[in-house]
Each structure stands twice: as structure tokens, then as C-alpha cells.
Design a protein around this ligand. Sequence first.
Ligand code: BLA
Length: 316
Amino acid sequence: IFSFSVPKRKHLTSSKTMRNSSSSTPIISGFSYKKFVNFALEETQRHTHLIPSPLQEKFNLMKSIDQKTELEMLSFQSSKIRLLRGLTIDGSDSMQVMDFAVFPEPEFDLPIFCANCVTVGSVNIVVLDLNPLHDVIIERNYREKYYKSLMPLGLKYAELLPWGGKITSESLKFFSPIVIWTKFSSSQHNHDLLFSAFMDYYKAWLEIMDQAKEETDTSRVICNLRAQHRYLTWRAEKDPGHRLLKRLIGECNAQDLVRDFLFNGVTTLGAKTFAEYFPEYQQEDGSISEKRSMVGKSFETRPWDTGGEFIGENIM
Ligand code: BLA
């Protein structure tokens, strides 16, 4: 009854390059993140049996209020994967967005696969990472368990896709030593590079998924569950995409998409509130500060050494 095939959707993989008359910057037309999501789905099926998520019924295709932008949503699950979901946004004014993530079942302490790519005009903003479930700055064991062997991969792409500049310490705490945090201008070369980084990182995640053993110690399962809930709570409240989503589909739909689809689990995996996890955001009247960061931006360069040891300052 669960048999299905991932729909082979048409996507634009062609790479027509046009010349912008006012400058010599090549503009990539026909670029789409859909091939990233398609790759991930096909690759996942080589490792595990995916079944569609119940969320698929409600979240599939949407049009923006002005009808000019299309939002496509896909979601699946498997024995070790609580939720694999992807959102791609195909905008009229050369805007392309992908938010692709894989959340493990709480019996596994696997990192959360996270690929966030935003292309607006010729500007690209990227976060690609195996977001650690547990602290990798303090918890050496967790860091070594998953990231020690991935450092060569991280170092390779750290050179090819350089550090994207100052970042908030709040975000940085959710990143791993192999995070690709980068900004670049559109070109065929850069988009190809990003696709190859995505494929390599995703294959690395699938490999550690294959090896992951189910945790039977209840206290550890609870610990994984709490860590995932804290992560979801952070992103459901502070993800930089919210403003754009509100503009595209309205406040109500954006809230639904964020809380029920993108960060599904935020209302079901735990009861703690944002203010309980992140009390520094709580204001005197009890409300949550709208600021993205209380600390401000820092870390102009990659704050990890080649061994994955944190070398930044003032992270707390
Ligand atoms: C920008 N997205 C960013 C930035 C980061 C992230 C770090 C740079 C701005 C900053 O320094 O905060 C992503 N931040 C993350 C991730 C984590 C985090 C992945 O803390 C994980 C813990 N982004 C999306 C979606 C949209 C989107 C779905 O994922 C739009 C619908 C938009 N992100 C978006 C835009 C910017 C951005 C428009 C640039 C403008 C801005 O910073 O507000």
C-alpha cells in the first residue's frame, strides 16, 4: 500500500545565460533548485524506503497572493527519518529559494540536514550544513562522532565557497564545523559548485544515517527529542525566511507553513516555549523581542580550525 514513485517532474536544468545589457554580468536564466530536491529524493531512495508524509496532503503547491510566484512542497518519512521536507520557491522576478531539511527520529542522534539557498537577482545566500543535534563546541564526543571524518569534505568546500561574512552568534551555535555559510553572485560556475557541495553533503548525511544505531536508553532518546524541539523552536521563531513568506502568501498562511510544515514538530515534540529556551529574547512585558539577534553579528571568518575545534570568541 505504501508503494509509490517520486514523481519525475520537469525542471529547468538548462543553463541559458543571457547578457544583461547594462552590465557584463551574466544572468542565469532557468536556474532552479528543483534539481537539488530531486537529487536528494532519488538518492534517499537508494538508502531507505521513503513513504509520503501525511503533511503532503495539505502542503503541496501554492501560489503567492499576486499569482506570480509558485511554492512547491514535498514531504516524506522513513524508519530513521521523522520528516524529510523541501520547499522550493520559484519567483517571477528572478527569485529562487530552497529550504530543504531532514529531521531524524528521536531514537537517533543524527545531525539535521539543512540546505537553505536564496537567490534574488544575482545575489545568492547559502547555508548548507549537517546541523549538529547536540553542542559541538562543548561536547567533544558528539563532534568527533560525526564531524571528525567529515572535516576534509568541509575544508574542500570552505575554500571553494568562502565564508559569507559576519553572522550572528545565535545562528552560529546551530552550525557545525563543516558548515557552508556563503554568499556569491550568480554564475554557472558558482551554481554548479553549489550543486556539487549539496550532493556531497547529502551523500555524507545518508552514509551516517545508514550507520546510525537506534538508541535504546530512554534518557538519551529524551535528550535527542529535546534538542530537536529546541532547534525547531529556534527556527520556527527566528528563521530569516519568514518576512519574505509573509509577503508572498500572507501572515496566516506563512505561519501555517512555518509551524506545521517547515518546522513541523514545534508544537508536538515538546511543550517548552521559545522564551524558556532562549530567555535572553524575553522583554520586560513578557513578549519576545523581534530582533533576530540579541548579541549582534560577529565571526567575520570561519571560527573553526582544520581539526573542527572552535576558535571563535564570545560565543556565549
Ligand atoms: C538570509 N538565512 C539568511 C541568513 C542566514 C540564513 C544565516 C543571513 C542573515 C543572518 O545573518 O541572519 C539561514 N540562519 C539560517 C539557517 C539557520 C539560521 C539555515 O540560524 C539555522 C539554524 N530563507 C529561507 C527561506 C526564505 C529565506 C524559506 O530559508 C524565504 C522564503 C530567505 N534568508 C532569506 C532572505 C535572506 C536570508 C531573504 C536575506 C535577508 C535577511 O537576512 O533577512
